[in-house]
Design a protein around this ligand. Structure first.
Ligand SMILES: CCCCC/C=C\C/C=C\C/C=C\C/C=C\CCCC(=O)SCCNC(=O)CCNC(=O)[C@H](O)C(C)(C)COP(=O)(O)OP(=O)(O)OC[C@H]1O[C@@H](n2cnc3c(N)ncnc32)[C@H](O)[C@@H]1OP(=O)(O)O
Length: 156
């Protein structure tokens, strides 16, 4: 039976699916999955308890930044294809890379909790797409990120 493609990352072509954070072909990676939830994008993940940030009960900030980065990259690609009025397929999915990423760490992210990432499209201007991402755990916005994603030229 053919696999059902649903998440934004399922539509990345194989050659672009080795990212540590979101590549479905990286067996050692996080393999995050992002979806539309109305106008926002959402991703839920339960990081393993060894992703500790100094203290045993707090998630490593670098992992938090990675999750925000990859969710923003997927959201940018999905938003661009929506703007173009096209469907997501492995042939049409645009490739975006991170040009700039800012993260505000607002509160410790507890280890053991499910993390929810919620993305908003802040601006689409040609190849430049700006995405805002909130990282939420146990009902608390623990980090806020903003990413400038740039569509790589060969997909234009
Ligand atoms: C060619 C990329 C190869 C790498 C591909 C790797 C994997 C990703 C591929 C596909 C995606 C698939 C799946 C998603 C995978 C991963 C998601 C996680 C994201 C990452 O982990 S990804 C790794 C970290 N990421 C990088 O490794 C990028 C290194 N970098 C570059 O590859 C170039 O730097 C690039 C492409 C960013 C721009 O180069 P470029 O030549 O295409 O664009 P150009 O210079 O023409 O700028 C066009 C307009 O963007 C503005 N602009 C550019 N840079 C800016 C900045 N930093 N701040 C503010 N504005 C900026 C200009 O000011 C101009 O604005 P305006 O049009 O208004 O004048």
């Amino acid at each position: 039976m053919e696999d059902k493609l649903e998440a934004f990352q399922d539509f990345y072509p194989d050659d672009y699916s080795h990212c540590y954070g979101c590549g479905r072909l990286n067996e050692h990676g996080m393999q995050i999955k992002s979806y539309w939830d109305g106008e926002e994008s959402v991703c839920r993940i339960h990081p393993r308890d060894y992703y500790t940030g100094g203290m045993k009960h707090i998630v490593y900030g670098g992992l938090i930044a990675s999750l925000i980065d990859c969710h923003a990259a997927g959201t940018a690609a999905a938003a661009k294809i929506k703007e173009l009025g096209q469907e997501m397929t492995r042939e049409t999915m645009p490739r975006f890379v991170t040009a700039n990423l800012n993260v505000n760490f607002k509160a410790p992210t507890p280890i053991g909790a499910e993390i929810e990432l919620r993305g908003k499209v802040l601006e689409i201007k040609g190849r430049k797409v700006t995405i805002g991402v909130d990282l939420i755990a146990e009902g608390v916005v623990c980090a806020e990120g903003q990413a400038l994603m740039i569509q790589v030229k060969e997909t234009l």
